[in-house]
Design a protein around this ligand. Structure first.
Ligand code: SAM
Length: 481
């Protein structure tokens, strides 16, 4: 059920808001940039917040614009001009706030970041400013080696104890943005201890926007020591975290099709990731057989069953969790000893036991090279995915091969998903990889509400978006067709 949000000033700036914060919010709301600048004289002020509503100056500046007028032939030219001028003023205020260290992904009491407000109101230019700030902040965190994972922030109540906000300008010669890991998990010792309490270190299964207070970290070590439960529709750990769910089957299908398709037969590849366009359902494409395939993360074996059906020349699977390996050993899957023995030569079909971080160097040493690599782990942060595609993909992938990964980065919130898309693109370029995004529709029926439908028995709704951006990564100058 859609929640109605009251965007009025009286609803957002509470009577008990401290005076200095009130002044900031009023000036931001009025787009009074020059006076606001005067008030932003102390680091941290740009991210002050109303203790009741969580309103920050960024929220106020964006919210004050109201909904964007609908474009129609009857739009009054004078009204359109007036609106342009408001947007322009708001953009200046937002820009100034970012320069002064405003945090792009603080959430208010409606569980909205400033970017979420901009999107809801149809203020695309302001949304873009928030997106760009998020990308800069995340790249900056990367330079500091500070990835934990993109976080969509936490609720205002969780931030009541905010004490100090450090402006990253003090720490690095950047553009004055606050460093914040966007999309995910817990943060290190930064101001975002206060903002990003989403503790799910898993780029694949991204955290929910506002985790329950009892949410605990999911880290790789704990995950790999946890008890797992398989049922016909999902694999969950002993905290109830969804490791893999059957609703993702269509995403696995498209991933395999994209990695192994012989020719590009659909027009749906869309590299303008942050401004996606709807894509038609593709016609089935013929898949290449006899390829050399590496899949990291067995889970429910969904993607491996699809890979296996193409009769690969090599099919290597890396899996680290003892319970998943025991599930395979117990004969519950088609990937036991008989499958391993069925390969075209010794060792061609194999489940490599252990963490990919330990197994992959051995594969490299053995001179393995693959045509298709898929990466979908659990309990790991973005830094691990980045490490994999930066340090290992260039050595493991044949020159015209394709690499893909489960793209759940920041998938609990549109802006985090968009920020991650850009960040991944930039990091891939750094290592000579090109990424194109195929946008596919996700049927959200049964996925709408936490704890219900598909999410019954799963503690966090890690997917909320109706579009999945499927990455297709190739070497630059290569041909994805
Ligand atoms: C999301 S599931 C993979 C689902 C799979 N794509 C499918 O189609 O069913 C993630 C898997 O990665 C495994 N995993 C997590 N960390 C790993 C690591 N460091 N090395 C290898 N496997 C890992 C988990 O145990 C789990 O089986």
């Amino acid at each position: 059920m859609a929640i109605t949000i009251d965007d009025s000033m009286s609803a957002r700036i509470s009577p008990d808001c401290p005076d200095d914060t009130k002044q900031l919010l009023y000036h931001a709301w009025a787009h009074d940039t020059s006076d606001l600048k005067r008030l932003l004289d102390v680091p941290g002020k740009a991210s002050a917040r109303d203790p009741t509503t969580g309103e920050t100056p960024l929220h106020a500046a964006i919210r004050a614009c109201g909904p964007a007028p609908r474009q129609s032939d009857d739009t009054d030219a004078a009204d359109a001009e007036a609106d342009d001028s408001v947007t322009q003023e708001a953009a200046e205020t937002v820009h100034e706030l970012f320069l002064s260290g405003a945090i792009w992904n603080d959430v208010d009491s409606n569980d909205e970041t400033p970017g979420c407000v901009a999107w809801r109101l149809g203020r695309k230019d302001l949304y873009r400013l928030c997106l760009e700030a998020g990308v800069r902040a995340e790249l900056l965190f990367g330079l500091f080696d500070g990835y934990e994972e993109l976080s969509s922030g936490s609720s205002a109540e969780e931030n009541e104890d905010d004490v100090e906000i450090i402006n990253v300008e003090d720490a690095a010669p950047a553009e004055g943005e606050n460093g914040v890991a966007v999309g995910g998990k817990e943060e290190g010792e930064t101001e975002h201890d206060n903002n990003n309490n989403n503790n799910n270190n898993n780029p694949n299964k991204a955290p929910a926007a506002t985790p329950p207070a009892e949410t605990q970290d999911v880290n790789s070590e704990q995950y790999l020591a946890s008890h797992l439960t398989y049922d016909p529709t999902k694999l969950v750990d002993d905290q109830g975290n969804g490791v893999m769910m059957v609703w993702e089957t269509s995403i696995m299908r498209r991933s395999v099709d994209t990695l192994l398709r012989k020719t590009s037969s659909s027009p749906e590849i869309n590299s303008a990731a942050a401004t996606p366009t709807p894509t038609p359902t593709p016609t089935p494409t013929p898949l290449a057989e006899g390829k050399r395939i590496l899949n990291i993360g067995f889970g429910m074996g969904i993607v491996d069953r699809m890979f296996a059906a193409t009769t690969p020349a090599r099919h290597h699977i890396i899996e680290a969790h003892p319970a998943v390996l025991a599930h395979i050993d117990a004969g519950n899957t088609a990937f036991g000893p008989a499958w391993e023995a069925s390969g075209p030569e010794d060792g061609a079909y194999k489940v490599h036991r252990g963490r990919w971080q330990d197994v992959v160097p051995r594969l490299l040493q053995a001179g393995e090279l693959y045509d298709a690599i898929y990466f979908d782990t659990f309990g790991e942060d973005y830094a691990q995915l980045k490490l994999f595609f930066s340090d290992y993909v260039p050595a493991l992938l044949d020159h015209d091969g394709r690499f893909g990964f489960f793209n759940g980065l920041g998938a609990d919130r549109r802006i985090c998903y968009d920020v991650y898309t850009k960040v991944v693109e930039m990091h891939m370029v750094d290592v000579g990889l090109d990424v194109e995004w195929e946008e596919i529709h996700v049927d959200l029926q049964g996925l709408e509400e936490a704890g219900k439908g598909e999410w019954e028995g799963v503690r966090r709704r890690y997917w909320t978006l109706d579009k999945y951006r499927l990455p297709i990564c190739t070497f630059m100058g290569g041909d994805i067709c």
